[in-house]
Ligand binder design. Sequence first.
Ligand code: PLP
Ligand code: COI
Length: 364
Amino acid sequence: MSAAAITFTDIPHPAPTPADAREAALVDPGFGNVFSDHMVIIDYTEGRGWYDATVGPRQPIPLDPATSVLHYAQEIFEGMKAYRQADGSVALFRPDANAQRFNKSADRMAMPHIPEELFIEAVKRLVAADKDWFPAVEGGSLYLRPFMFASEAFLGVRPAKQYKFMVIASPVGNYFKADSPSVSIWVSRDYTRAAPGGTGAAKAGGNYAASLVPQAEAIAKGHDQVVFLDAVEKKYVEELGGMNLFFSFEDGSVITPPLTGTILPGITRNSLIELAREDGLTIREELYSIDQWRDDATSGKLVECFACGTAAVVTPVGHVEGPEGGFDIGSGGSGQLTAKLRAKLVGIQRGTVTDTHGWVMKLG
Ligand code: PLP
Ligand code: COI
C-alpha cells in the first residue's frame, strides 16, 4: 500500500494544555515524564493494509483484555528526536534510518511493514501539531516514540491480523543527570540481554522488559546503567540496556562491538562511526572482552569510553564494576574524543555544524 493513498484526518483537541501549565511542564522535563497534547494512530488489518490515519488529542486507548500484545508482547518501537534549530525551525535527524530499522524490527517480530514515507509523514505531522512542546532547556528536544503493537483480540499464538501504529511525543532534557560528568556501569553476571537467533537486533519491547532486573541490580549497587556481555561465552562486551558503546585507545584507534545480531544497530553508533572516520580515525567493529577492557583501563591503554544513543546522546563512562572488581577509565570524565564527537553530532542535529551527509530533515 502506498503512503500517498493514505490521508490523515486532524481531530481537533477539545482542551489543549493551557500555555502556563505547558511552560511549567517544560522547565525541567527530565526524560519521559512529560507528554505533549497529540498522538498519531494508524490502523492495519491483514488484507486491507494501513488505513484511518489520525492526528488527534493524546488520550488513553481502549483495549480488549484479549489484545494479543498484552499476552505475547508482539510490539516494536523507535526512539528519535526533533530538534529546535538555531534559526527557530525544527528538524529531524535521519528519520529514514529510524523507519528502516522499524521495518527490520517488524520483520523479526512477524509484523507488517509500514511504508517509510508513511512513518516519516506520521512523525512530521505530530511534530507540527505539538510545535509548542519544545523545551528551551540546555540539551532539550522533542523525543518521538513511534510504536506498533498487535491489536487483535485473539489468544492463539500466531502473528496477529490487526495492528496499531502510533506516535507520541515527550519533551525531554538530559537522560542522565546533567551534574554528573560520566556514568558508572555495572557488568551483569547473572543476566544476558540477547542470545544468537533471538531478538536483540530488533527494537522490541520484550528486550527492554528482560533488561529491567539487571538494570535494577545496577541501580541497587549504586551504578547508573547495566552493561551486557554476550550470552554464549559471557565474555564479550555488547551494549547497555539502551545505548551502544565505544572504546578509544592511546594510539588513536577506536573499537565498537560489531553488529553480530545480538545488539541494536544504533543510528547514533552508525553516525559516530562515519564522523570519526572522516576525522581520520581508525574505527574497528570488533569483539572486545571484559578482561581486555579491565586490562586496558588499568594499563592506561584505554583512554576513553562512551555510551551513545538517541536518548543519552554521547555519555562518558567513567567507572565499570566488573566481575573481578571495579576499574576507572581515563580521568573518569569526558575525554577529548568523546567531547569532540559529541559536539559534532549535536552541532549537526541542531543546525550549528554543516550537515554534509544529508542527515538533517528540516520541517520548517
Ligand atoms: N541499544 C539499545 C538497546 C537501544 O535501545 C538504543 C536506543 O535506541 C541504542 C542502542 C542506541 O540506538 P540509537 O542510536 O538508534 O538511538
Ligand atoms: C533511545 O535512545 O531512543 C532509546 O530508545 C533508549 C531507551 C530510552 C529505551
